[in-house]
Each structure stands twice: as C-alpha cells, then as structure tokens.
Design a protein around this ligand. Structure first.
Ligand code: NDP
Length: 447
C-alpha cells in the first residue's frame, strides 16, 4: 500500500514514463517503504525531494551501427541513464540483451542509486546497455559492436563523471574491447573509467567473484540471525552466468550443495551437486548451453527444457538470472517445499507477489538491492586501487568485501527494526538507501 502523500508521486511517474513497466515496479517498491519514513520525518516529503529522486539526471539514447562478418550493416540502440550523482560519479553496469529498452535501463539505474548508497561508498547510480544480442556472434562482431557503442558512450564517461561495468551479456571480453576503444579516443590511460577490467589492465582481484560471493555472505549473515548457515543445505541457483557461477562457488566453500542451475533454455538438476569446474568450462570458456552440462554428466544430471527451476525441492533459493524470473506461484511452491531463505543475486528477480508470499511465510528474504551490492562495492574498491595505483591481494580484497556485506546486512536489519518491521530487509534496504541519498540531495540545494 502507498501512503496517500506518495500516491500522486507514483501517479506522476506512471504518467511521465508510459509503458516502462519494470521502472514502475521498481519505483513502487521503494515508495511502499517510504510511507514509514515520511510518517516519522515529514520533511522528506517536502521540496519535491522524492519526485527529484524518481527523475533521472540525464538519459542518453544513441544509434550503434556496426558491420557483421558477412559485411551486413546492423543497427542497435544504445542507452545510458545517469540517474543520480549526489553521492559520487554515476556508477552501474552495461547490459547487452535483446530485451533491453529504456524502461529496463531506468529500472536498473533507479535500483542502483539505492544499492550504491547502501554500500556507504562515494558512488552515484546509473545503468546502460543495448538491445544487441551477443549470442552466436563471433569475437570480431562483438569487438566491432563494442567499439561502435563506446565511440558514442565515451563522450559521456570519465572517472569523475560516469563509470560503467558489466551486467548481463557484458563480461571481461566486452569490457576489454570497450576500454580499448575509450583509450584510443581519449588518448588517456584512464583506468578508473570502467570497472570489471582484467587483472593485467587495471582490474581488481575478486571483482569477477564479487556479486555472487557477496550475495552468499549476505544470506549467511541473515541465516546466522536464526542460528543457521549454508552448511548441509540444498540450494537452487538460477542462471549460469557471472553471478550464478560465483554464488555456487562460495556456497560450496561454505559446505552447502547447489543441486540445480539454469539458463534461458531450461534448468539442470544434479543431485550430486553442480560440478563447478565443468560448468565454468561450458559457460565461461566454451560459451555453451546448460544442456551441454547434463550431456556431460549423464550419470547424475538431468536437463529440463523450459521448466521452472523453483519446482525443485530445496532449502535455499538464490535467483541469479534476470528480473521477474520468480513469480507468485513459484514462491508458493518454494514455501510449500520448505525453503528457509531466498537471496536475490539478480536485480528484481522476484515479482511483487512473490515477495509478499515470502514475507507472509516469515522466511528470510534478501532483496537484490542489498544482497547483490557486493559487485558494485568491489567496483568501488577497483576505483580505489586505480586512483592509488595500487593492487591488493585476493585475501585482502575478499576480506574487505566480507566486511562491506556484513555492514550492509546490519544496516538493513537495524533500519528495519527502527521503522517497526524487524527482519524486513526490503524495508531496511529501501529506507537506509533512501536516507543517505535524500540527506545528500537536501544538503546540496535544489538539484
Ligand atoms: P550473465 O550474462 O553473466 O548471465 C546471465 C544468466 O542469466 C545467463 O545464464 C542467462 O542465460 C540467464 N538469463 C538472462 N536473461 C534471461 C532471461 N530473460 N530468461 C532466462 N534466463 C536469462 O549476467 P550476470 O550474471 O552478470 O547477471 C545476472 C543478474 O545479476 C542480472 O539481473 C544482473 O543485473 C545482476 N547483477 C549482476 C552484477 C554483476 O556484477 N555482474 C552485479 C549486480 C547484479 P542465457 O545465457 O541463456 O541468456
């Protein structure tokens, strides 16, 4: 339910951003948490502060022309939504997926503002991407696309202005091609302009692992509040990309057993536990499909094409693929099967109905805004290393990530309690993120 003071703000967001359903969903979820804030501190409802936070500072849309290996000219659309820079330079990933449109990038940018605030680090929020589909494209095609994309995007970036990273469809290979093009165009070795870089060209240790590891650290801390842990638990992890792979790795290190993972073609169940070396080889090296995994592990694994991974009975679920991949029915199935915790590695993977089901069931629900903040936090650590021309060890960097995730968890828990809803990490994350952004906006005048 929305507070009556917030209803007109939401109505305005709907009116001014037609057809952008995911953006509406993300805004509504935050506004639902803010009723408690304005009841306690009415000043946050003044000076159109909330309205300003819902409006991006700048939205850039551009043409990306490129040439296939066969010499055909292709056109894609590029986006960068620079949402809020009150806490630092815009920061947030780039997504290459055919489903990307302005509303997708806006929802991701909006979420990013609060997530980045929660890390406590000096980073604003933004997001970008393109409707380019990298699947089935050659290295040469990927490179030409990335170069064309960066030719325009480079005008809007800078280590003190806007610092992108990866997201769906954008990993180290794509970031390398983009950094190379940025370097040519700017004639500067400006390491701090992108994060998620390779270790030989300015990257940070643990950045690859950070989102997945961080999500597991958050859920482990939440489980500890109920005297539980990952050890001995059966876990479902959707997706099999960057976030999913390193979620699985950390769960296995903590003694849990991931028994299923997926991609957009279906899911695999492996009751012996997912063989991570095999999964990495198929997904990171060969860029293959999840069905290849089941083909290689005939003895223990089965492939279920186009099924719902959430039908598999397990103790913990970590949705780590994409938005709205877990609906109300899936949530009811998970609860019926006895799930005790759901941790979102992806951005907004649970629909609003699914979130309600989890909250009503009283299980741990860790929203992506808080649980997957380890990726961007480690990006900020990468920026620190770039600025000081330093490079930290894996152990030092992972330890810093652990401290950050614990403090995000504790801050969300503390704020949830303060606002009368103990254990409600959705409320805690939204309110804690909002307060940091709102206080800074207020201090800087009408901006
Ligand atoms: P990847 O591209 O590495 O992997 C994405 C995975 O999700 C793939 O297995 C992909 O399958 C699957 N997937 C993507 N879209 C769909 C879809 N529409 N339906 C079903 N499956 C789909 O991306 P990441 O692992 O980096 O990102 C995953 C999620 O985590 C996203 O929500 C992203 O925003 C979020 N995130 C990522 C961060 C990072 O550091 N990378 C940081 C914070 C959040 P297929 O290959 O078949 O398309």
């Amino acid at each position: 339910m929305l507070d009556e003071k917030l209803e007109p703000i939401y109505a305005d967001v709907l009116r001014r951003n037609p057809g952008e359903d995911e953006f509406h969903q993300a805004v509504r979820e935050v506004l639902e948490s803010l009723g408690a804030v304005i009841a306690k501190h009415p000043r946050y409802a003044e000076h159109a502060l909330i309205e300003r936070i819902c409006e991006p500072e700048r939205q850039i849309i551009f043409r990306v022309p490129w040439v296939t290996d066969n010499g055909e000219v292709q056109i894609n659309r590029g986006f960068r939504v620079q949402f809020n820079s009150v806490l630092g330079p815009f920061k947030g990933g780039l997504r290459f997926h055919p489903s990307v449109m302005l509303g997708t990038v806006k929802f991701l940018g909006f979420e990013q503002v609060f997530k980045n605030a929660l890390t406590g680090m000096p980073i604003g929020g933004g997001k970008g991407g393109s409707d380019f589909d990298p699947k089935g494209r050659s290295n040469g095609e990927i490179m030409r696309f990335c170069q064309s994309f960066m030719t325009e995007l480079s005008r809007h970036l800078g280590e003190h202005t806007d610092v992108p990273a990866g997201d769906i469809g954008v990993g180290r290979r794509e970031l390398g091609y983009m950094f190379g093009q940025y370097k040519r165009m700017s004639n500067r070795y400006e390491s701090g302009v992108l994060t998620g870089k390779g270790l030989t060209w300015g990257g940070s240790r643990v950045r690859t692992e950070a989102t997945g590891y961080g999500a597991v650290f958050f859920v482990e801390r939440a489980l500890a509040t109920r005297k539980q842990g990952f050890a001995g638990k059966k876990v479902l992890v959707s997706g099999s990309g960057n976030v999913a792979i390193y979620t699985i790795e950390k769960i296995h290190q903590l003694g849990g057993r991931v028994i299923a993972c997926s991609d957009s073609s279906g899911y695999v169940v492996d009751n012996d536990g997912i063989d991570l070396a095999l999964l990495k080889d198929i997904k990171e090296t060969k860029r293959g499909r999840i069905s290849d995994y089941a083909a290689a592990r005939r003895a223990s694994a089965t492939f279920v094409p186009a099924g719902r991974i959430w039908d598999v009975p397990a103790d913990i679920a970590m949705p780590s693929a994409t938005q709205n991949e877990l609906n109300g029915q899936d949530a009811r199935t998970l609860v019926k099967n006895g799930v005790i915790a759901v941790g979102e590695g992806a951005n907004m993977p649970s629909t609003p109905e699914a979130v309600r089901v989890f909250q009503e069931a009283g299980i741990i629900f860790a929203p992506g805004k808080a649980a997957n903040a380890g990726g961007v936090a480690t990006s900020a650590l990468e920026m620190q290393q770039n600025a000081s021309r330093d490079s930290w060890t894996f152990e030092v960097t992972e330890q810093k990530l652990g401290v950050i995730m614990n403090s995000i968890h504790d801050r969300c828990a503390e704020v949830a309690e303060e606002y009368g809803s103990p254990g409600n990490y959705v409320l805690g994350a939204n309110v804690a993120g909002f307060l940091r952004v709102a206080d800074a906006m207020d201090a800087l005048g009408v901006i």
